[in-house]
Write a protein that binds this ligand. Structure first.
Ligand code: NI
Length: 177
């Protein structure tokens, strides 16, 4: 296994709609292993394949922070089956390090996908797992949590982010979408 570099906003791969996995081959298995290791090392509670430069529909999650691996979940081609309620909580993202904002999401979701053996699994989630699932599935659509904050908050974020990137020596014409 190896650690993968995490794509940082505004890397265009984060805006790409991920493709369905048709064949869970060795390259996908390797990707999954590396994503799990990268997520745990970061540390994060979820990672979508776009975030490591591979726009395919694979996400890994592990919301049991106290015991890494205990809540490990691998989902391929996940689909939202149903959703209920609303909840607001503070979110962050490994691709937007150091920035956190309040996001409104469904309180409960049912998600269906394949596990890494290709078996269909259905997950009924609430709390942190529900939020993490929605956050990671957004990534597969090229969507980020900053798309779900208020226009004013997003403006402030973009100004701050441009300044941060400038300080890190990024291209001055860099455009934040
Ligand atoms: Ni994220």
């Amino acid at each position: 296994m190896s650690l993968l570099p995490i794509s940082i906003y505004p890397d265009p791969v984060l805006r790409q709609k991920a493709e369905r996995v048709e064949n869970i081959d060795d390259s996908i298995q390797r990707l999954i292993d590396n994503m799990i290791e990268t997520m745990h090392e970061a540390p994060g509670i979820g990672l979508a394949a776009n975030q490591v430069g591979r726009p395919v529909r694979v996400v890994v999650l592990d919301v049991e922070r106290r015991e890494p691996g205990a809540g490990l979940l691998v989902l391929i081609n996940p689909e939202l089956i149903s959703a209920a309620g609303k909840t607001k909580s503070e979110e962050g993202c490994l691709s937007i390090p150091g920035y956190f904002a309040s996001v409104t999401r469904h309180q409960e979701v049912v998600v269906r996908g394949l596990d890494r053996q290709g078996q269909t699994i259905e997950i009924a989630a609430d709390g942190l797992l529900s939020i993490a699932l929605q956050h990671e599935m957004d990534h597969l659509e090229g969507k980020l949590f900053i798309d779900r904050i208020s226009a004013i908050a997003r403006d402030i974020f973009k100004r701050r982010w441009k300044k941060k990137l400038r300080e890190e020596g990024a291209e001055p014409q860099l455009c934040l979408d």
